[in-house]
Design a binder for this molecule. Structure first.
Ligand SMILES: Cc1cc2nc3c(=O)[nH]c(=O)nc-3n(C[C@H](O)[C@H](O)[C@H](O)COP(=O)(O)O)c2cc1C
Length: 252
């Protein structure tokens, strides 16, 4: 039996949640859906294998590129748990989209988790999460998933969300390189969608950019930024929705 973590985590919050869930599971392989050349292309699991599939919520939906790459994997009847990670506003239809995609590529969904992580654009929301209490709770969720796996119960839980899914929002915020940019090219190499030209890293293809914030989070010079005024407006718009800390949830 193989245990595979299939993760899209541009800025690391989703990866932290996945690590907390999978802490005590078998030594796991990680398949990185944010790597354009990752092992997801053509990966085929076996019916006895188990996967944890984790993605962030972007605008209440799963990132399209993550779903497209997930769909290149053949589940071949392997069981999976899903984790949707969000920045304390809402995850809306993220989990049902993940459920549908996982089933399209022949996984059996036996559990789902929604979990909160620091908002990767508006860092004041869910700052520091997942914290220690979150990680303990996520480990307790994982115990329940393991019990279910051991019992041989493959029933699919009821997972919240709407079909048809909510409409995707318009163009996102596109980070720009400021004067501190040394054109080292790290952002271009690590961009999940190849939106930054390696020969000229100061220019970003706004049509390709998925606003995932990978480039902002990894720039060694801190030179890639969003327009601060736009971020303030966006933060104000979701302030009420983010006021109370949301709870992690397990659907099993
Ligand atoms: C483009 C974009 C859209 C987002 N939309 C939402 C959202 O609708 N609801 C929410 O609660 N958090 C939202 N977030 C916050 C992320 O879901 C959260 O920070 C997540 O942990 C990011 O995952 P990562 O750290 O693995 O990149 C959004 C973040 C980005 C970059």
């Amino acid at each position: 039996m193989r245990f595979v973590r299939i993760i899209f985590s541009p800025t690391g919050g989703t990866a932290k949640v996945a690590a907390a869930i999978a802490k005590d599971w078998l030594p796991a392989e990680t398949v990185d859906l944010s790597d354009p050349n990752g092992a997801w292309a053509g990966l085929a699991l076996q019916p006895e294998d188990v996967a944890l599939i984790a993605m962030p919520s972007f605008g209440g939906l799963a990132p399209r590129v993550a779903i497209e790459r997930l769909e290149r994997i053949r589940g071949n009847g392997a069981r999976c748990a899903l984790a949707a990670v969000y920045g304390n506003r809402a995850y809306e239809d993220t989990l049902v989209q993940m459920e549908d995609a996982a089933e399209r590529c022949d996984f059996r969904v036996i559990a789902a988790v929604s979990a909160v992580a620091e908002h990767s654009i508006m860092h004041q929301y869910a700052a520091g999460r997942p914290n220690r209490a979150d990680c303990e709770q996520l480990a307790a969720f994982a115990e329940k998933v393991i019990e279910k796996l051991r019992s041989g119960d493959c029933a699919k839980p009821a997972i919240p969300g709407n079909r048809p899914y909510k409409k995707a929002g318009g163009a996102g915020l596109v980070p720009k390189a400021g004067s501190g940019c040394t054109e080292c090219g790290l952002c271009a190499r690590r961009c999940p969608v190849g939106a930054i030209d390696p020969k000229s890293p100061k220019s970003t293809d706004a049509k390709r950019c998925v606003s995932c914030m990978r480039c902002v989070s990894i720039c060694p010079q801190g030179a890639r930024k969003l327009n601060a005024a736009m971020v303030s407006i966006a933060a104000l718009a979701i302030r009420k929705a983010c006021a109370e800390p949301k709870q992690n949830e397990l659907f099993i």
